[in-house]
Design a protein around this ligand. Structure first.
Ligand code: SF4
Length: 963
């Protein structure tokens, strides 16, 4: 390693170890900038830039610019950030390993050594996104769901096992262990890392802060531990693995000065929802947020992690908490070695970065205040995480939304619809007949049991006792009895998401509330699909140890899997009768979940109102069975003594939670559960794996397929040229999410991907999700823009992935067809494509297939009113041009309906980041219009990526040239 600034200094790494570090105080002493007044997050990035300064990839100028970071006017310069490691989840990780495998194949074809394709920094992939809640509400649910998961994902898991043996720096945490960010927090993160000195080589052991990027937007959970890291697209992560710095523009840093303490009855989830709303309003997109002050110091580390986790929801790149004694105590409490803890503390002390900053000690771009005592119990929804609702107001908010017109964001139901209910018989004994009575029929005096209402039950309902004897089917809820459902009925109640499952206080609060509910004799309606998906086995350990899991089980919150489940939309099917009732009566049913995303159709395709909340509130609303009430004043049910039971009767005190926690959490539990994963997972061991440096692609596989990114690859990049004669493939409004562009959930049999899978002999029950088929470009390209809720304004009044195909200039038929079919026809016509969109295009989780699929459909440019950060860079990373309309301009103001022909002029090899180019529009009547648009290639390196056709060809050419 070079030492351009002569800052390499010795320090005491603790436990008798002598270490070296690239000293920021020494850099400041050179008068280079006011480093000790920089936000801590910026200082950590600066350390990476300083340490990796080699005059080539990282230049002296990069160090100087960042050291002089000006809070009020940060330089508009790109920072080359070399991260210490990378984390992946399996949905995004599999395609990334597929790309690495494809690059190895390409190198071999070009006559090179395939081993030049190897991650240069440690990579950990945690398999957490594939488990679905097919079974719930039973002691057998975990086993049955895992069986389904392994059956569905065998090919992917085989492939990952190949990757594990082919790449040296690639670690894998198999399914059934936990959720990536929680595993990162509890196990993978080290706080500080060091270069391992080879024995006798005389090289010093150099320490540096743990930093990372992850292929999941909620990577920011780790910010709670003082680790700098955030979510990037798979494409950027791939470049990072292959030795490229992650480039980003010098950010503004928003300082949130926290004072006070959370009040009794207020949870970390309430705080996270409060901060999400507050920071959304402050427009922190693309900025770092740093929490500090005595309020931040008073927050336990899991609370900090919960707040950090939701950074994507408030739009920030990070939600960072500086390192202090609480951070070190957390490492110790979670079983990290004394050596690690000492090195962590000593390193940060030596760098002058230890301890929570107080007001005035650090310069921030924007100063905000937050009094923790002002935070109130809350939920957020029904469609966006930033739409926080004070708990007492939920009923009124829901009722008003129910009646509000659809165009104003409501559900357009009439006054009085709320009181109507429909009866669904879920009784499993005898199971042959079930019934559903509409309110209208009940008004006519028709009651359940009336012959006129008998409808056939779809399947026998297994009972909990008989589950071993019978073959259970997906959707089985093991429920009994008759349910009454209507608008506002809670049909999914899920304790899910690392956001909350990593936080013992809210998980124990859910258990304590369940205990009190059971003791009062409350039960949950069988129509509610209840589930508990811990983010690690540590959660189960403490819920078991405290005896609370028993009560959760009694209410149906049995463990369904150790993974993302409902948080990612893997909520599994509802009871068929319930699904039937929802669609027959067009019910606005609700889900309550401790997740962080609630976009339409994310949680479940048929559940329209989705509310995010803390785990104890999930249990409370499941007990109440509806969301149209005020839990602070209305009872949630009647106890076995016939008396009303209120939320305040069941809510555990902070002291109760603390006492329970102290008795249950020990470092030994973490050490035991995070040891030798493979040995603890026999199912994983049973999976056979192929060996060798090159993957043997199997044409029979419908999960893993060699992508066409390196077909006809040559060592010479192309030229940047103007785009002419393009047709629009879609015109979209605001807030089109990556889930709209590339859905992760269920594959509809009638969709292009569904047709394709059927043509391959796969039946619908085995389709699995889009997320799980991301290793197969043939499925994913067909799934692009295939979300059932996406609205293409070219085909007004429709939902789903349809468009109008206008053909070439001479045949403007405007035929309606699927987006995939139209794209393929345009490819045959030799016509390039564009997408037009509104604000926040590509918002939501980072999803590289949203960019890859766009590229493979033949889209050359996306013109939007604004872009989400990661999706914009992913588009560039795939060689698709992002362009931005001027403020106030969009497809509607221009009166575009999709029948036009488009050109983009002003593009050449000499383009500059952010320059203006021209969108040329030719309407059907031949009229032409020129609209100035901004090139959203933001940095010089992105120009290179674009010229090369994306990051992957760029990196491949670099590595081949180095051979
Ligand atoms: S639980 Fe949710 S937030 Fe956490 S990794 Fe899974 S999908 Fe992302």
């Amino acid at each position: 390693m070079s030492d351009e600034f002569k800052t390499l200094k010795k320090f005491d790494a603790g436990n008798g170890r002598e270490g070296f570090l690239y000293s920021l105080p020494a850099l400041e002493a050179q008068g280079i900038g006011p480093i000790s007044r920089l936000p801590v997050s910026i200082r950590i990035v600066l350390e990476s830039v300083l340490r990796n300064c080699d005059g080539k990839k990282v230049r002296r100028k990069d160090v100087e610019t960042l050291a002089k970071w000006n809070a009020k006017a940060p330089a508009n310069e790109e920072i080359p950030f070399v991260v210490a490691r990378i984390v992946l989840q399996d949905f995004t990780g599999v395609p990334l390993v597929v790309d690495l495998a494809a690059m190895r194949s390409a190198v071999q074809e070009l006559g090179g050594d395939p081993k030049i394709i190897e991650p240069l920094v440690p990579v950990d992939l945690v398999v957490d996104h594939s488990v679905q809640v097919d079974f719930a509400g039973s002691a057998e649910a975990l086993r049955l769901n895992m069986e389904m998961e392994f059956k569905r994902n065998r090919e992917r898991y085989q492939f990952l096992k190949w990757g594990q043996q082919a790449f040296k720096t690639f670690g894998l945490v198999p399914p059934g262990i936990g959720i990536v960010h929680q595993v990162n927090l509890e196990f993978l993160a080290k706080g500080v890392l060091s270069s391992k000195p080879e024995t006798g080589n005389g090289k010093p052991e150099i320490f540096y802060p743990d930093t990372l990027v992850g292929t999941d937007s909620h990577t920011t959970m780790i910010n709670g531990l003082g680790v700098v890291g955030w979510g990037v697209g798979g494409i950027e992560a791939e470049a990072g693995m292959l030795g490229q710095p992650v480039y980003f523009l010098t950010p503004e840093v928003v300082g949130v000065h926290m004072t006070g303490k959370l009040r009794e009855g207020v949870t970390a989830t309430d705080l996270a929802l409060h901060i999400t709303q507050m920071l959304r309003a402050q427009k922190v997109v693309g900025k770092f947020v740093e929490f500090y002050g005595e309020g931040a110091a008073s927050l336990p580390l899991p609370d900090r992690a919960t707040v950090g986790n939701m950074a994507p929801e408030y739009g920030a790149t990070m939600g960072y908490f500086p390192v202090d004694s609480e951070s070190v105590n957390y490492l110790r409490a979670t079983g990290r070695t004394e050596e690690q803890c000492a090195a962590f503390e000593n390193y940060f002390r030596a760098q002058g970065m230890f301890g929570m900053p107080r007001k005035g000690e650090v310069d921030y771009s924007i100063d905000l205040e937050l009094d923790l005592a002002a935070v109130q119990p809350s939920v957020a929804g029904p469609k966006r995480p930033q739409d926080r609702v004070n708990l007492p107001e939920l009923g009124a908010v829901f009722r008003s939304l129910l009646e509000k017109p659809v165009k104003d964001g409501g559900y357009g139901k009439s006054n009085g619809d709320l009181g109507k209910h429909h009866f669904v018989n879920l009784n499993g004994t005898p199971p042959e007949q079930g019934e559903m009575v509409s309110t209208d029929k009940r008004d006519q005096g028709i009651e359940p049991g009336d012959e006129r209402n008998k409808v056939e039950m779809v399947a026998n309902r297994p009972t909990p006792d008989s589950v071993q004897e019978i073959e259970a089917k997906p959707g089985d809820t093991f429920a009994h009895g008759q349910s009454r459902i209507g608008h506002g009925s809670v049909l999914i109640a899920a304790i899910t998401s690392c956001t909350n499952t990593s936080n013992p206080s809210v998980m124990l609060a859910a258990g304590l509330l369940a205990k009190k509910a059971v003791e009062r004799g409350l039960t949950i309606d069988p129509a509610v699909k209840t589930s508990l998906a811990p983010g690690s086995r540590v959660v189960s350990d403490y819920l078991q140890k405290t005896g609370l899991q028993t009560y959760l089980d009694q209410l149906g919150f049995n463990v369904v899997g150790y993974g993302c489940t409902t948080c990612i939309g893997n909520s599994g099917p509802l009871h068929p009768k319930i699904e039937q009732a929802i669609s027959e009566f067009d019910l606005v049913a609700a889900s309550v979940l401790s997740g962080n995303r609630n976009f339409e159709a994310r949680v479940h395709q048929n559940i329209k109102a989705n509310f995010l909340m803390s785990p104890p509130l999930v249990v409370a609303f499941a007990l109440a069975g509806r969301v149209d009430l005020d839990l602070s004043t209305e009872p949630m049910g009647k106890g076995s003594d016939g008396r009303d039971v209120f939320l305040r009767d069941l809510w555990p005190s902070l002291q109760e939670i603390r006492d329970t926690m102290q008795s249950a959490l020990t470092p030994e539990v973490f050490q035991r559960l995070y040891r030798d994963f493979a040995a603890q997972n026999p199912k994983w061991n049973e999976i056979p794996s192929s060996t060798g440096d090159i993957y043997q692609w199997d044409e029979k596989s419908d999960y893993i397929h060699e992508p066409p990114f390196f077909q006809n690859f040559s060592m010479e990049p192309g030229r940047i040229a103007e785009i002419r004669g393009a047709r629009p493939l879609g015109i979209f409004g605001d807030s089109v999410t990556t889930d709209h562009i590339s859905p992760a959930g269920a594959i509809k049999p009638t969709s292009p991907a569904g047709h394709y899978l059927v043509s391959r002999g796969i039946s619908a029950v085995d389709f699995n999700s889009y997320g799980s088929r991301r290793g197969n470009d043939l499925v994913m390209t067909r799934g692009t823009f295939a979300n059932v809720r996406i609205k293409n304004l070219m085909v007004p009044g429709t939902e789903g992935g349809v468009t109008k195909y206008f053909g070439n200039r001479n045949s403007e038929t405007g035929e309606t067809m699927s987006i995939f079919d139209a794209a393929m026809k345009y490819q045959e016509d030799g016509m390039p494509l564009v997408i037009l969109a509104g604000h926040e295009y590509g918002t939501g989780s980072s999803r590289d297939w949203a960019a890859k699929g766009t590229r493979l459909l033949g889209v050359k440019a996306v013109v939007a009113a604004s872009f989400e950060r990661i999706h914009r860079s992913n588009l560039v990373g795939m060689g698709v041009l992002p362009l931005q309309f001027a403020d106030g301009t969009n497809a509607q103001t221009l009166g575009l309906d999709g029948s036009e022909i488009y050109g983009i002029t002003g593009l050449s090899d000499t383009i500059e980041p952010g320059q203006m180019v021209t969108l040329e529009i030719t309407r059907q009547d031949g009229k032409r219009q020129e609209v100035p648009v901004k090139l959203r290639i933001d940095t010089p390196i992105e120009i290179d990526y674009y010229r090369h056709g994306g990051i992957l060809p760029f990196v491949l050419r670099e590595l081949m040239a180095r051979q």
